[in-house]
Write a protein that binds this ligand. Structure first.
Ligand SMILES: [Zn+2]
Length: 416
């Protein structure tokens, strides 16, 4: 397994409004420190950001004006005296569809405060001095992960931060600035010769619906997007089962919400993950990108499920048993002191699941080899019969075709 980390992802730190208080955001650099500590016995690749490549990859998902805004809004606000260097820039007004001028105002506002709200849908994605640098570093990890998978790596974990799945083509929100998962998928698609070469599926296991990822791919049949999340929870206005995709993408978007009206332990969660796996199999997934959040953990400050550490091992195992090339992209998870251990548990399960599939395949291969001896003898015998049947005009080509055909039939009838 390749584990990818970029120290620049730690540079982003913001305040958020919770109730009536501005507090350090739950989405903090300490999350990555917790994971690094829990994975310290494993080899970790420390990356630096390839800015050009990351921007190119991000441009496949996000609009040019949005990327420009993300790069410039903090320094411009600083220069205009709207913010101090250590501050967090928050929107003050959103272009709500209920405002009469909304439809007429279809181009980016020049006023800095108006622009800050134009490209955001909530107050939990403030912009600080290093937000752009960290978001680009995070996206670059996803890009690198996708390239590694395209290159034949079987499992990659991209330690992305800030997360990405709430971020749409031109709108930030929910701690997300660039959609890392979408960037990974676009990168992977770009590496495949054409769409038919491999169905990519996204399995979103964060507590919250990945509205941004859904938005990006809503009209596409590759990738398939499957999400398990809290019903009616943040971001509130997306994630219903009726949202199934549109146009060519109809049927390639599956939302599996779970009601939080009772404690959502593994017992309630696991049937949903089985449903998700069935969908991934039904669309013949060849490459899997997991949007992995740990805010499904009991007592998470922004989640309401009640999964325990060992459940992440089970979850990882189920995903691993698909036996697919898998890129895991980190999303949420805010019980910092447990985040690293939960993450390590998922990766352990993922590896165990994959290993069990490989062992099964190896045993099957061995049995095949054993049987092929017997089958060859059968072929020898059949060859004589057939040879007589075709009146002595038996040829080598016929032998091969016949034997191969025979083997297929035998295997197909399930002798083992
Ligand atoms: Zn979340």
């Amino acid at each position: 397994m390749q584990i990818l980390h970029n120290p620049s992802t730690l540079s982003h730190s913001i305040l958020e409004l919770v109730g009536s208080r501005l507090i350090p955001a739950y989405e903090s650099p300490a999350r990555i420190s917790s994971i690094l500590s829990a994975l310290s016995s494993r080899p970790i690749t420390h990356c630096t950001t390839d800015i050009d490549a990351a921007l190119h990859a991000a441009s496949k998902v996000h609009t040019a004006d949005y990327l420009q805004h993300l790069r410039t809004i903090f320094p411009q606000s600083l220069e205009a005296g709207l913010i101090e260097p250590s501050g967090t820039l928050l929107p003050e007004c959103f272009p709500s569809a209920r405002l009469p001028g909304y439809k007429a105002r279809n181009k980016t506002p020049t006023d800095l405060s108006a622009r800050t709200g134009w490209y955001a849908f909530d107050l939990s994605s403030g912009i600080a001095e290093h937000t752009y640098t960290a978001a680009l570093a995070s996206a670059d990890l996803a890009r690198r992960g996708a390239l590694a998978i395209a290159d034949g790596e079987k499992t990659v974990f991209a330690m992305c931060r800030p997360p990405g799945h709430h971020c749409g083509k031109d709108v930030m929100g929910g701690y997300c600035y660039l959609n890392n998962t979408a960037i990974a998928v676009k990168t992977l698609l770009g590496e495949l010769d054409d769409d038919s070469q491999g169905q990519i599926s996204i399995l979103d296991l964060d507590f919250h619906h990945g509205n941004g990822t859904q938005e990006v791919f809503y009209a596409d049949q590759n990738p398939t997007y499957v999400s398990i999340h809290g019903e009616g929870e943040y971001p509130y206005f997306s994630g219903a089962p009726e949202e199934k995709g549109e146009g060519k993408g109809k049927g390639y978007n599956l939302n599996l919400p779970i009601s939080c009206s009772q404690d959502v332990t593994w017992e309630l969660y696991s049937p949903r993950i089985q449903q998700a796996i069935e969908k991934l199999k039904a669309v013949r997934t060849k490459y899997l990108v997991v949007s992995l959040g740990f805010d499904t953990f009991c007592n998470d400050p922004v989640g309401k499920f009640c999964l325990a550490r060992e459940d992440y091992g089970k979850m990882g195992r189920i995903v691993g048993e698909l036996g697919l090339p898998t890129l895991v992209v980190l999303e949420g998870g805010y019980v910092v002191e447990e985040l690293g251990n939960n993450c390590a548990e998922f990766l352990r399960g993922l590896e165990a699941g994959k290993a069990s599939v490989e062992v099964e395949a190896a045993v099957e291969e061995e049995v095949k080899l054993d049987d092929s001896d017997k089958l060859d003898k059968t072929c020898e015998w059949e060859k004589v019969e057939k040879s007589e049947a075709v009146n002595g005009s038996y040829t080598n080509g016929y032998t091969n075709g016949y034997c191969n055909g025979y083997k297929t039939v035998v295997n197909g009838h399930g002798r083992r």
